[in-house]
Design a protein around this ligand. Structure first.
Ligand SMILES: Cc1cc2nc3c(=O)[nH]c(=O)nc-3n(C[C@H](O)[C@H](O)[C@H](O)COP(=O)(O)OP(=O)(O)OC[C@H]3O[C@@H](n4cnc5c(N)ncnc54)[C@H](O)[C@@H]3O)c2cc1C
Length: 309
């Protein structure tokens, strides 16, 4: 619960673009989760900087939520300010060729933009749902292709709400499904992406090939957060979960997908599935895999809750 004077400070920072006690189940692809104390959607960089400065001054937790394709918010909710960059949507071709894109640009817009202009390099991301900010923060990828391969520099605003600054590729510490080395609470605002010239047909064909492969191997017609666990070195989390006999395992309204064991799917959107069910299946999978293989799986999905229940 945010005190009235702090609510006013947040409203001074971003005007009407803040909602209190916001339902978060509509913000994540798993469609579960409790309320956030506040949800702010700043309209531009100055508003975002004011918002971050206000959070810092009032010791409010803050966290960016992209398009919520890899986030799980606990049923108890999030005791802080969720920040959405859905109004950061600039997308331009630059000489090089390069692409300048703001963090709120969706994977679908990026893919369409590249296909229409015959710009190659981002095809791998066609089936990785999310925003550019989420791709960068997660170093999203498939097989050997990762977001780090295309990022030339990023623009960030630090947690104190300071001036935007650019960070070049060499200074970024991308790891498997993570970007490390930025001060906690730093917000990625935009990026410059390196691409190559191709033809729309070439880009389109590669996108279609990758999407077809996904459709054949992943449960895409039902809400999920994609891979729940990171792959352990030299192995695949999905294979370990399947080998532990957990495909199809259920709890309440959620299930370990019979199609791909590293996906937990919500079979009862809006009628009873909850974050606690997902967390229970996560623990079940972790325990059973550790028992059968000795490997302790680490979650890829970003789990948010309250600091004090
Ligand atoms: C069906 C399906 C398939 C998927 N397949 C893949 C796959 O093949 N490969 C893969 O890597 N992932 C995959 N995912 C997971 C997901 O698509 C990626 O992690 C994606 O990058 C999430 O983007 P998002 O905008 O939804 O980020 P969110 O899920 O909203 O956020 C993820 C993390 O990024 C942080 N973040 C987001 N934006 C910013 C920002 N602007 N500044 C700072 N931090 C930020 C958040 O705080 C959070 O910690 C899949 C998900 C689904 C549902």
């Amino acid at each position: 619960m945010i005190a009235p004077e702090v609510r006013e400070a947040l409203q001074r920072a971003v005007g009407d673009s803040v909602e209190f006690d916001a339902d978060t189940s509509r913000l994540t692809s798993l469609r579960v989760g409790g309320p956030a104390d506040a949800l702010a959607t700043p309209e531009d960089r100055p508003a975002l900087a004011r918002l971050l400065a206000t959070c810092h001054a009032h010791r409010l937790r803050q966290r960016v939520i992209g398009r919520g394709f890899n986030m799980l918010i606990r049923d108890e909710g999030f005791d802080g300010v969720l920040i959405r960059l859905s109004r950061f949507r600039a997308l331009e071709e630059r000489p090089g060729p390069r692409i300048f894109a703001e963090a709120g640009v969706s994977h679908a817009s990026l893919t369409r933009f590249c296909r229409d202009r015959g710009l190659s390099g981002l095809e791998y991301g066609a089936g990785i749902p999310g925003s550019l900010g989420g791709w960068i923060a997660m170093n999203a990828g498939i097989g050997p292709r990762e977001t780090r391969d295309i990022v030339e520099e990023i623009e960030v605003i630090g947690p104190l709400g300071d001036e935007p600054r650019q960070i070049p590729r060499d200074a970024l510490q991308f790891e498997y499904r993570a970007l490390r080395g930025l001060e906690a609470g730093t917000v990625v605002v935009s990026a410059l992406l390196e691409v190559k010239t191709a033809t729309p047909d070439e880009v389109g064909a590669e996108v279609e090939r990758l999407l077809a492969h996904r459709a054949a191997t992943q449960p895409l017609d039902i809400p999920s957060c994609g891979s729940v666990f990171k792959n352990p070195p030299g192995g695949f989390a999905g294979q370990l979960i399947e080998a532990a006999g957990l495909k199809g395992s259920q709890r309440g309204g959620v299930m370990i997908s019979p199609v791909h064991a590293n996906f937990i799917v919500n079979t009862r959107v809006g009628s009873g599935a909850c974050a606690d069910d997902v967390l229970t299946l996560i623990e079940r999978a972790r325990t059973e895999v550790e028992r059968s293989s000795g490997i302790r799986l680490e979650t890829e999905v970003q789990i948010l809750g309250r600091t004090h229940s």
